[in-house]
Design a protein around this ligand. Structure first.
Ligand code: FES
Length: 63
């Protein structure tokens, strides 16, 4: 079963595997489909994956 952990001021960490598709349903391959991080800040240059940009842009989740 996939687990999604919301990191404070960071991405969604997906563990346990999940299929990723674009808006048209085309598959998107992660480097590791079992464990990956999805961008939550909107600043990644590699969407939908986190590239660490959240840490340099000062993204906060407001909590
Ligand atoms: S959450 Fe990491 S780059 Fe957006």
């Amino acid at each position: 079963m996939a687990t999604i952990k919301v990191r404070k001021d960071g991405p969604y960490l997906v563990t346990g595997g999940a299929e990723i598709t674009d808006a048209e349903g085309n598959p998107i391959e992660a480097k590791n489909n079992d464990n990956f991080a999805l961008c939550r800040c909107g600043k990644s240059q590699n969407k939908p994956f986190c590239d660490g940009a959240h840490s340099v842009t000062g993204f906060t989740d407001g909590k």
